[in-house]
Ligand binder design. Structure first.
Ligand code: CA
Length: 230
């Protein structure tokens, strides 16, 4: 259910709610505030729903408890989950949060408060998403999804090998990749002895992204072992 979304896109909410008094009020209200909403009345329908950006979840549903859907969703998705429930007990709230819900709003609730919490949750999720996909070191920005590399805001043009090397290092910044691991990942297993290839291409890569290629601050050497991204 993970899906990138920009500020301009309509965020897509999944409302899991069987109480018609609540959904008859919420569906038009959320649409009026610019959200695309899919409605599920049961756990079964919630599991069948297509990808969305956030879930608003009632706990007491005709075919089971909302907690089961939190667990189900958290197996494969980290989208925000906001619980909407009339249940008062603190233990139950804590349990939902421990299962992976992000927030809990008691019924009855005010529309403005719900909207504010939805916005906050989506903002947090968007920030997390950017943090996951972009890696910045000094003035170099590497987007791990698009593969775009820039330095001081200007695109850096790499050869396919330089690009593959940098993406490999950027997959886990701070981790030392051995010469053999990099050679195997970029050139193939039959090249793992050819460390001079690696030296040459790392040198060219540094010339493009480092301020002082002889004193690298981005692509670091671990002597005798390999390379890592700062
Ligand atoms: Ca209910």
């Amino acid at each position: 259910m993970n899906k990138p979304f920009g500020e301009d896109d309509k965020a897509h909410l999944l409302l899991v709610e069987d109480d018609c008094g609540v959904y008859r009020f919420l569906l038009p209200a959320l649409s009026a505030h610019g959200y695309r909403v899919t409605h599920a009345r049961t756990l079964f329908q919630a599991r069948e729903a297509k990808s969305c950006d956030m879930v608003i979840l009632d706990l007491g549903l005709p075919d089971g408890q909302g907690e089961a859907f939190i667990t189900h969703l958290r197996h494969y998705s980290d989208i925000p989950i906001l619980i909407l429930s009339a249940r008062q007990d603190e233990e139950g709230k804590v349990h939902c949060l421990q299962l992976g819900a992000d927030d809990y709003l008691m019924k009855p609730f005010g529309l403005q408060e719900l909207l504010a919490r939805i916005q906050a949750a989506l903002r947090r999720a968007a920030k997390m998403h950017m943090r996951d996909h972009q890696y910045q070191v000094a003035d170099v920005l590497i987007n791990r999804v698009t593969g775009v590399i820039s330095k001081s805001g200007k695109p850096v043009h790499c050869t396919p090998i330089e690009h593959a090397l940098l993406m490999q290092l950027a997959s886990q910044p701070g981790r030392i990749f051995t010469h053999a691991q990099l050679l195997a990942a970029v050139w193939g297993n039959e090249y793992i002895q050819d460390t001079h290839y690696l030296r040459i291409h790392i040198g060219r890569l540094r010339a493009k992204i480092e301020d002082q290629p002889a004193m690298p601050r981005i692509v670091l050497t671990e002597l005798g072992l390999g390379y890592l991204l700062a």
